[in-house]
Design a protein around this ligand. Sequence first.
Ligand SMILES: Cc1cc2nc3c(=O)[nH]c(=O)nc-3n(C[C@H](O)[C@H](O)[C@H](O)COP(=O)(O)OP(=O)(O)OC[C@H]3O[C@@H](n4cnc5c(N)ncnc54)[C@H](O)[C@@H]3O)c2cc1C
Length: 317
Amino acid sequence: MAATGLELAERTLHLADGSTVPYDGLILATGVRPRRLPGEGAHVLRTLEDALTLRERLTPGRRLVVVGAGFLGAEAAAVAWRLGARVTLLEPASVPLAHAVGAEVGQVLAQAHVDRGVDLRCGVTVTEVTEDGVRLADGEVIDADEVLVAIGSLPNTEWLEGSGLPVGDGVVCDEYCEAARNVYAAGDVARWYNPLFGTSMRIEHRTNAAEQGMAAARNLLHPEARKPFAPVPYFWSDQYDMKVQAYGFLRGHDEVAVVAGDLAERRFVAVYRTGDRVSGALAVGMPPKAIRQWRQAIASGAAWHEAVRSEVSATEA
Ligand SMILES: Cc1cc2nc3c(=O)[nH]c(=O)nc-3n(C[C@H](O)[C@H](O)[C@H](O)COP(=O)(O)OP(=O)(O)OC[C@H]3O[C@@H](n4cnc5c(N)ncnc54)[C@H](O)[C@@H]3O)c2cc1C
């Protein structure tokens, strides 16, 4: 049953069938939904059913256009390629994922698609889905049998309009995941202040959703022992034979340094600096322990110059 409205003062939820539910405490975990493009007939990926429907259509030789070369689009492209589909991957940025992982690392990840014959086209904007495929901003139509739109997501917060709850790209919470008295949020829909990084963030990863759900519940039920939710975010991504793992908050970083392995071989650990601190680490094709030590550096707010210098001298020794 969908919740359709919230009255903070009355501590009451309104439901789609017209009924109401009173509460003493509330945790909002309504997640996100895929962003779409104008036009009919494109796939999106959010549910198991979405994935099964798309997989059924991807018989060998079928032409798939994937709009958006973020992690979702890139993983879908890799699976479709394995199924024998002819894949075109379209991305408006000049380097896929550059905003998230930096241009150098983004380029390395992109090359894995190009090497396999995926037609990766960067710097192109798709304006609509048509009967024949997709139309680009310059009017060109790219033909496709199937189109997957993977251009990000929108937090499910519309139903909170008028409630007085702070909403802005997610439910805005403090460091305890509290948005209003006894109202907490968790998971993809929560934008909370993470004191470890000194910034607000909204994380769309499973481990975060699980950990934040537990943290929000603990803080709601034991207000006398509330703790700030200050995790080191973690995600992974499997593409072809590449396993990508990352810790920290990489967005908005100032510098990237490769501290182990080699970018060209797609086996490396890259660490990220924000200000004078180690803010993130990303590994490709490395054992988990190669990156785990960096999780500790991020969690302890390690100074960049000390952490990276000692790692480089240890590698050289
Ligand atoms: C294709 C895909 C692949 C992914 N792969 C990975 C991965 O490899 N690793 C990783 O870490 N993460 C991955 N994720 C992200 C991960 O799935 C999410 O971070 C996680 O599901 C978030 O959990 P959540 O509980 O916040 O939201 P959700 O799982 O989206 O749950 C929200 C629920 O709220 C319901 N809801 C929405 N509005 C209302 C309303 N008004 N009233 C009542 N209920 C409502 C929704 O129907 C839904 O059931 C992937 C996501 C997608 C889509």
